[in-house]
Ligand binder design. Structure first.
Ligand code: GLN
Length: 285
């Protein structure tokens, strides 16, 4: 498990849960689907959606690229060497930290609340809260993220109070969810931005298309290519052990399995998605 965040080392590695949500909001669940876990990098999808929604469509690429990476999710090297110092994509830590600053709001707290509301609206759950123990653990040990953020401040990618920004990032990573919540989030993307519960359009279909494309190429970090081959769905993992996957026009899927591979993706979750995808013919390719 992600022992670099000490609180996450306390998770039960044997948990295995799955939930599926269709475009009518019907849900199927199995195993430990009620077990709470933290969103971690899955929150990056909501941050990206908000940054796209709150800016002219062509603004974001000037600050954040959409290039896949062959390095880890917390890699700093490309900030100095590639893409005129832009973060490679919004699905890795540097890109997500930069994307928070692009969300509408006069204060960082406003931006945080806006992203949290998007997560709640997508999940169809207005009772989501931050797991305080995980948040404090991330904040205490988040020096890699701190270095990414200060580096980006030095190059003008971000401005303002870095610690406050990191605080919002750590809190977004620490939002507690279940597979049921995350499957519903996936169903909104499957429905091109429309909530299966409220029928409300949460974001434009143009945004949904872009987010699914970036999830496909970057959502599993440097394992996105293998995931496309094995599973074939736009996906986003988090080091809490969750993976959100999208079957466009059909389903949102969430899996939980806290034991991770070397790249930070859920081992059992990946295998479960691979089998589900084969059985239900969910690959987009
Ligand atoms: N909170 C984690 C971090 O910043 C998120 C990373 C992840 O889920 N891959 O390192």
């Amino acid at each position: 498990m992600a022992t670099y965040i000490p609180e996450l080392a306390k998770q039960n590695p044997g948990l295995l849960g799955v939930a599926v949500c269709d475009l009518q909001g019907r849900r199927w669940e199995a195993g430990d689907w009620r077990a709470p876990f933290t969103l971690q990098s899955i929150s990056k999808v909501a941050t990206f959606i908000c940054a796209l929604r709150d800016n002219a469509f062509d603004t974001l690429p000037r600050k954040i690229s959409v290039a896949p990476t062959a390095d880890g999710f917390n890699s700093i090297v490309n900030l100095e060497t590639k893409n005129e110092q832009r973060p490679l994509n919004p699905m890795i830590n540097s890109g997500a930290i930069a994307a928070i600053t692009m969300v509408r709001g006069t204060t960082i707290e406003d931006k945080f609340q806006r992203i949290l509301s998007m997560i709640g609206d997508m999940a169809g759950n207005d009772t989501l809260v931050v797991n305080e123990a995980v948040y404090r653990s991330e904040k205490r040990t988040g020096d890699r993220n701190r270095s990414l953020a200060y580096f980006m401040k030095s190059t003008g990618i971000i401005d303002g109070d870095v610690e406050e920004l990191l605080d919002a990032y750590f809190r977004l990573c620490s939002v507690a969810v279940t597979c049921g919540d995350v499957a519903c989030m996936g169903a909104v993307l499957a429905g091109d931005g429309r909530s299966p519960f409220s029928g409300q359009r949460l974001f434009d279909s143009k945004i949904a298309r872009m987010v699914k494309a970036v999830m496909t190429t970057c959502g599993m970090y440097d394992a996105s290519g293998e995931f496309a081959v094995d599973v074939g769905m736009p996906g986003k993992s988090g080091v809490g052990g969750g993976i959100m996957a999208v079957s466009p026009g059909r389903l949102g899927v969430a899996v939980l399995g806290p034991a991770l591979d070397a790249k930070g993706n859920s081992l059992a979750g990946w295998k479960l998605l691979e089998r589900l995808s084969a059985e239900l013919d969910l690959s987009i390719f």
